[in-house]
Ligand binder design. Structure first.
Ligand code: SF4
Length: 118
């Protein structure tokens, strides 16, 4: 009966291969360190949501929730800044929202998808 030895993949790599892989990974570190910063910059540069966008219209989004009649906005303390879907920081006037990807919404705004922050 033939015996098969289990050899881990790591043992099969030569020193040269290991060294070249480590060098390749190390050379990528400066690039990798820029990725989170690039994401932050991209988020900062997002345009404000236009009220003319079809999704904004369908959800009746508005930058200033106070202007929405009570018959439409039934919860008077409903604002983007206390919505579960708002992902911006609490200090900024504008921030991202899970519904309107790639756009900033006003923290004092509102739309029909509002969900109380838990
Ligand atoms: S889902 Fe929430 S945070 Fe987003 S626009 Fe509507 S009310 Fe504002």
């Amino acid at each position: 009966m033939k015996e098969y030895k289990t050899v881990s993949r790591r043992k099969m790599l030569s020193r040269g291969q290991m060294l070249s892989r480590n060098l390749a990974f190390t050379s990528l570190l400066p690039v990798l360190s820029w990725i989170p910063l690039a994401r932050v910059r991209a988020a900062e540069e997002m345009p404000a949501l236009s009220l003319d966008e079809p999704m904004a219209k369908s959800l009746q989004y508005i930058h200033d929730a106070i202007q929405v009649p009570e018959s439409v906005r039934s919860v008077s303390e409903a604002f983007c800044h206390n919505c579960q879907l708002y992902t911006g920081d609490t200090e900024s006037q504008w921030g991202p929202c899970a519904v309107f990807a790639g756009k900033h919404i006003n923290r004092d705004g509102w739309c029909d998808a509002w969900v109380r922050k838990g």
